[in-house]
Design a protein around this ligand. Structure first.
Ligand code: FES
Length: 99
């Protein structure tokens, strides 16, 4: 288990290893935009990882391909549906798009 802090609300939740950021936030009631339901095709779940990048799975080629199509992407960008919690350290994210 590790802690996921969601900005800008500063909500902290306990998250289990293997959950995606998207699944963890939706289970908590955070209305993250996710038009493709986690299929890595819409890009709506784009967020910034502010702390704890090493507590998440590595970015895949498919995820990078979608990120390359988005505006405002930076070194802290991830797709919430593709970043899986490893449970090795706490993670802080900034959600950019809500439904
Ligand atoms: S939910 Fe569509 S890319 Fe993540």
């Amino acid at each position: 288990m590790s802690t996921l802090t969601i900005m800008p609300s500063a909500t902290s939740i306990a998250v289990a290893e293997g959950d995606s950021l998207l699944a963890a936030m939706l289970a908590n009631g955070t209305p993250v935009a996710h038009k493709c339901d986690g299929q890595a095709s819409c890009g709506q779940c784009h967020l910034f990882v502010l702390e704890g990048r090493k507590g998440l799975s590595r970015t895949t080629r498919e995820e990078n391909a979608i990120l390359d199509t988005l505006v405002g992407v930076g070194s802290k960008s991830r797709l919430a549906c593709q970043a899986t919690i490893l449970g090795t350290e706490d993670v802080t994210v900034e959600v950019l798009s809500f439904v």
